[in-house]
Unconditional design. Sequence first.
Lengths: 180, 620
Amino acid sequence: MCWRFFLAMNLNDTDFQLFAVPATFAQDRAALDARWKELQREAHPDRFAAQGAAAQRVAMQWSVRINEAYQRLKDPIRRASYICELHDAPLNAENNTAMPPDFLMQQMEWREALDDASDIGAVEKLQAEVDAGRARALSSLDWLIDEKGDYPAAAQQVRALMFIERFGQDVEAKFDQLGQ
Amino acid sequence: MALLQISEPGQAPDPHQRRIAVGIDLGTTHSLVAAVRNGVAECLPDDQGRVLLPSAVRYLDGDRRQIGFEALAARAEDPANTITSVKRLMGRGLADIANRESMSYRIGGDEGGMVKVQTSVGEKSPVEISAEILATLRFRAEDTFDDELYGAVITVPAYFDEGQRQATKDAAQLAGLNVLRLISEPTAAAIAYGLDNASEGVYAVYDLGGGTFDISILRLTQGVFEVIATGGDSALGGDDYDHALADFVLAQTDVKVGNDSDKAAVLVAARAAKEALTDSDAVVFHADVAGNAARFDLTRAHFDAATKPLTDKTVAAVRKALRDAKLKADDLQGIVLVGGSTRMPQIREAVAAFFGREPLVNLNPDEVVALGASIQANQLAGNNGAGDLLLLDVIPLSLGIETMGGLVERIVPRNQTIPTAMAQDFTTYQDGQTALALHVVQGERDLVSDCRSLARFTLRGIPPMAAGAARIRVTFTVDADGLLSVSAKEQGSGVEASVAVKPSYGLSDDQIATMLQESFSTAQQDMQARALVEARVDADRMLLATQSALDADGDLLNEDERAIIDAAMSALREAAKDSSEAAAIEAATKTLANDTEAFAAQRMNAGIARALAGRKVESL
């Protein structure tokens, strides 16, 4: 196995290769944070500030690439969608908005409840439901990707999560509106 | 004069290897320069032992100027030609400037995006005026070390936008400084504090200066300073407290101010009263206005009430930054107060009440930013070996482009770690459309008209296609200084256009070159001699860097490539030794830089790739 330790990194490596973590949905956030800082310590343009413009440009390329990978790996939705893409099951979120009827029903119920909510208590109750819905969707993603390897189904689940996230933002906005 | 050279362990004994790098805090009210000497960061005093340089420039007839205390002393006597608080004008158009009518000097048109100050010796741009202050600090540092500066880290408010950052960088360039990096003021303060107290955890830095307010939330872990969220107001500071207090007193008394001298006198009196109220509960406000003495018995309660809306504004920004960071006040390890204006008791009380604990104030709030900047400068100059300090800063405001209907499509969201590059695909909306106009904006609002316009450029030569068929990828790249460049590429045909975001607010390189030639406060200095010394320092720097690159990675080159570099090196060595023409040395330096460019890129790439792979071994 020693051979691979001597291979240099490549700008085209996947995020998982760059961070030397398993290409799974389950990730240890603390390990990602630590790894991100380790990598930036090597590649950040500040390390090469005394070495001229060419050095700055190359360091910047690497540093940008490391930040890009980190942003994608640490966010569960972006990470899941990236894994689906790597397995030829892209999301096409703009073109593909078909969702199961029961999911859409629940979304509509939530929206109505949010419109009707007139006090903080009601919004908090809704937020708890959204949090539970998000947790359920994430654990099903965990199962679909890491256990079953069913990427098209995972892509569908990611699209559902995007709906939930967007609704979560509206709930936040409602808190602002009610002066919390 | 160096009879003895004493060097600390781990420091380079050779003066040519030890580069002099400084940190400069270019403040609204005053500015400072600091450097790491014998391993300790310290502010450099002027020849009278004062570290603060008032950020004031007075223009006099005959191409003379006064800078600092002398200028400040003349403020009431010659208000129109004495410019204070110029930082508030940096990168700003007329519409951006609050309190314009209560300023004691005249602001003129904003062609090219930035206002000018009208003085009796002509129009002066805020960039030129700031350059006077920076040049004064540069000479102070060079006199202290009796040597040329290698470079400087300049601090800017975290909440400075693109235009303001670019204007600051232009001013530094105009003052003949090699800018190693722009870093944000709260981050610089955190470096000084973090290293001083060996802190770990999440901290908030509340920085209220003379004209700007910043709040930054940072995570400190083993020498890494990661900014999680930042917020603030780049037009809110101690000056506004002066104005509010002056307005309050004028409303309470029936004193009318007539001319610029009156305005300046009232503001000077308000500032004195504000400072006195830090230590006492009551003070007599006194100003000579329109030939009469204006008096008012002022209490701290008056002052607190008159300025409460300003204090509340800062607390609202703190709340927003915490929300962006997804943190609660209890999650923080501590709150650091920075900036002279945090001496006001109402600020300390408001911060303590919001966070439910007393803020940290054990470093001098005036000096802490410059000290932190000098520590970073020392490291960037390579004096600290590989160093164990790493800054991961963010952009303060979202960046986007205008789309149909005057709406903003956000491309880089605020609080994104820099450097960063982010792209989005757009398409044409008309059949046969061959050009696409791009308007780059910055801000959090959804309407273009509510955001700051940064640049416009056009992608031309798109092959005619049906509407919606072209795929135009727009990429925003923000470098480690927080400066933006934008490029657009049609994916099918490969047609490209790009712009460095600079034209609307900064100066063009030509303008800077012209200004550099008109010797400003360096008039007394022998410009030619200085230019020659600078050219030699640059040549030295380039030769050293090339030699160490060849020693380390010479094997990456084939014989021909090596011969070209060797020839360029000896040409430069000769030019630096024999020539008394700065231009000839500069040309030889440039040639060597060009000839080594490919080698440098190759080596860097190999180096980083190796280092990252090495990291992989460790973490496996």
